[in-house]
Design a protein around this ligand. Structure first.
Ligand code: HOZ
Length: 423
């Protein structure tokens, strides 16, 4: 029987491709193997060798209240004895749908799915069915899960592992995807001109967080909204990461933009496997059984996932978590900037609310090309140095850090100390 991360990884390599169930966990290019987690609580995780870490990955986003928050664990405990899966409607799905539509006003109707990938995949099919068009515009470095049409110039693990255009995606599919530099509205206008009446949708992370973290330039999102409206294409916001995190109503609330469709995931499930997609009722009504666009799922609206997600969302509202997260984020940013200020090295620090990223370049980062200027060898040394000091940041330059309401001032102080010692 395996024990210890190193033995577990050796065993995993024999039976699991790359030893991991998702490539971002593989720690490739970082000069060490992944560790295996035994338990997690609040802002901390413990590996099977007894090492303790302050965690800034938070399960890649869902753990906004920290790990295993009592409200979520209690909700799962209360729901489980009543049945763990029904495959038939349950009341919690209706409560979840009503809450989402209340918090995200662009969503008039919503379907629950099981992951962010399913959510974006369903958005694309629906956009194509609704518009009767086939082409999609996405942006270089944005990652929308492992959907065929969206693994073109993709970020996250696809970028980290050098496979932004995945093998196995038929060239005919990829040809329907136009990938453009983020923040380049002129490129978008040219693409619309060249493909008049062929573009079904523009999909983007309104705050890209899968090639590091960077921001839309002023008026970029507004201009996208205008171009889509003018041409009859749908604007799809992938808010799998930003939804319920950067504001109660996500990035669209922050920027005051109303997309036609929105993909959600992560926070919405309280750590259980959940996604959702929703938008204008006339578009959503194209879904089967009302309309001709097919989409389905045995586990969609699963009672445990709904219970966990609702408990997490209600708790976020009860404690006005977004205020706390902004305050924690601001404190962290101030401490990081003060620490890095004295060091003779190139850096750029980005933050929005509880999401952050440190790039090892002095030049502004506003798209994939500029994000790739970051010195990834320096990142690897910094990552390892922090890990040795009990701080777990995402194991790639091309990911984003997450704070939670469980991170305390003492955690932030220990983190910034470790950062300084590792640089
Ligand atoms: N979507 C996550 C952030 N880039 C990564 C999760 C994964 O691919 O395993």
């Amino acid at each position: 029987m395996a024990s210890g991360s190193s033995q577990l990884f050796a065993d995993a390599l024999k039976r699991i491709p790359g030893g991991v169930n998702s490539p971002v966990r593989a720690f490739r290019g970082l000069g060490r193997e992944p560790f295996f987690i035994e338990r997690a609580e609040g802002a901390r995780i413990w590996d099977v060798d007894g090492n303790e870490y302050i965690d800034y990955v938070g399960s890649w986003g869902p753990a906004i209240l920290g790990h295993a928050p009592a409200v979520v664990v209690d909700a799962i405990r209360a729901a489980a004895p009543r049945g763990v899966s029904f495959g038939i409607p349950n009341p919690l799905e209706v409560e979840m749908a009503e809450l989402i539509c209340r918090w995200v006003p662009s969503i008039e109707k919503v379907r629950m799915v099981n992951s962010g990938t399913e959510a974006t995949m369903s958005c694309l099919r629906l956009a194509r069915g609704f518009t009767g068009r086939d082409k999609i515009i996405k942006f270089d470095g944005c990652y929308h899960g492992h959907v065929d049409a969206l693994l073109v110039q993709a970020g996250s693990g696809a970028l980290t592992h050098g496979q932004p255009d995945s093998a196995g995606v038929p060239a005919d599919f990829a040809a329907l995807t136009i990938s453009l530099p983020f923040n380049d509205i002129e490129a978008v206008r040219v693409a619309f001109r060249k493909n008049a009446k062929a573009i079904a949708a523009v999909i983007l992370e309104p705050i890209p967080a899968n090639a590091g973290l960077y921001f839309p330039r002023e008026n970029f999102l507004e201009a996208l909204r205008e171009e889509c409206t003018r041409s009859g294409a749908l604007l799809i916001f992938d808010e799998v990461m930003t939804g319920f995190r950067v504001a109660r109503g996500g990035a669209q609330e922050l920027f005051g933009i109303r997309p036609d469709l929105t993909a959600l995931g992560k926070v919405i499930g309280g750590g259980l496997p959940v996604g959702a997609f929703g938008g204008r009722a006339e578009i959503m009504d194209q879904l089967s059984p009302d309309g001709p666009v097919y989409q389905a799922g045995t586990l969609s609206g699963n009672p445990l996932a709904m219970a966990a997600g609702l408990a997490q969302l209600h708790e976020l509202e009860r404690i006005d978590a977004w205020k706390t997260l902004e305050a924690t984020g601001a404190k962290f940013e101030e401490a990081v900037r003060a620490t890095l200020h004295d060091l003779a090295m190139a850096w750029t620090f980005h933050r929005v609310g509880s999401m952050f990223c440190l790039f090892f370049t002095q030049k502004p980062v506003a798209d994939l090309a500029s994000a790739k200027r970051s010195d990834t060898e320096k990142f690897a040394r910094y990552f390892r140095g922090c890990l040795e000091r009990g701080i777990y940041f995402a194991p790639s330059q091309f990911e984003t850090g997450f704070l939670s309401t469980a991170h305390r001032d003492s955690d932030l102080e220990a983190t910034v100390r470790a950062m300084r010692e590792s640089l």
